[in-house]
Design a protein around this ligand. Structure first.
Ligand SMILES: Nc1nc2c(c(=O)[nH]1)N[C@H]1C(S)=C(S)[C@@H](COP(=O)(O)O)O[C@H]1N2
Ligand SMILES: [Mo]
Length: 276
């Protein structure tokens, strides 16, 4: 059976579970089961060789996962709980983008479930417009040359957290190992459960763009995207994909999860590019 047929079967199976939900008592168990089936379908997407078909199936998978997310997370926008404001006194005003305030803590923001994949089974795949599709385990990534970079983090919901010390790998180095094809201009970065965002390669190759596994000297916690997250300081936080599993290079710009829902394709906080 080819990947396409298997994916279609898994989609139908997930729909079945969801449609059976009203007859059951535990909604979150239903969401969990359907989510697992959809994650299996998503894992097979890479095996669909036809670009057009893969895109169509990917959007069917992510739309369904999105539906589960909406069932789990009633509201995402607006001030997040746990955001305590910090005084801006003594902070260089130019560091704070328009209409942002500083936060004292480190809020947790995401749609959908956190993955429970153990670190030993975590992999990162670099694929798409590359010379060679590559996949590394977390241990392999952590054996590569490591950097620590201090940067500011700006969430589109209004909070900014300054002076984050991120430790990990430069995305640029990982891209070099896979080899970007000449036509590659953009990337879709994917993280669990079906979260994606688009970035252009020029940004991804900057010094401060990391695949991080530590924050402020401590191992990155699961809720903040551990064991591996993308960090893109020059863009709003939604571009900093948590639980990152794949970087797919493309020869065009394709919107990700929030971009499909109206957020800006670029997302520069200093230009206040929140929505299109
Ligand atoms: N996989 C995944 N990554 C994600 C998100 C998400 O929903 N799923 N949310 C993004 C948003 S909107 C923000 S602001 C940051 C928040 O990171 P934090 O929870 O570590 O503060 O994660 C980003 N990365
Ligand atoms: Mo955000």
């Amino acid at each position: 059976m080819d990947a396409e047929t298997r994916i279609t079967e898994l989609l139908v199976r997930a729909d079945e579970i969801v449609k059976a939900a009203p007859a059951r008592r535990d909604e979150s168990a239903v969401i969990g089961q359907a989510g697992e089936v959809l994650e299996r379908a998503r894992d097979l997407l890479d095996e669909v060789t036809d670009d057009e078909r893969r895109r169509a199936l990917a959007s069917q998978v992510s739309r369904r996962i999105g539906d589960l997310d909406r069932a789990l997370v009633a509201s995402f926008a607006g001030p997040s709980p746990g955001v305590r404001r910090a005084p801006t006194r003594g902070v260089e005003p130019a560091r704070i983008p328009p209409n942002q305030h500083l936060t004292a803590g480190f809020p947790v923001l995401h749609v959908g479930r956190m993955p429970d994949t153990p670190d030993q089974r975590w992999t990162l795949t670099v694929t798409g417009q590359v010379v060679e599709r590559r996949r590394w385990s977390l241990a392999q990534l952590q054996a590569m040359p490591t950097v620590t970079d201090r940067s500011d983090f700006h969430c589109v919901t209004g909070w900014s957290r300054l002076d984050n010390d991120w430790t990990g790998l430069r995305v640029r180095d990982v891209l070099e190992l896979a080899g970007a094809r000449p036509g590659a201009t953009h990337a879709i970065v994917a993280g669990h459960p079906a979260y994606t965002t688009n970035l252009d390669l020029e940004v991804l190759r900057r010094d401060d763009v990391l695949l991080a596994w530590a924050h402020d000297g401590e191992p990155l916690t699961r809720e903040h995207g551990g064991p591996l997250r993308l960090v893109v300081p020059s863009r709003y936080g939604w571009k900093s994909v948590k639980w990152v599993t794949e970087i797919r290079l493309l020869d065009r710009d394709v919107p990700g999860y929030w971009e499909e829902r109206g957020y800006h394709d670029v997302g520069d906080p200093f230009l206040e590019q929140r929505f299109r």
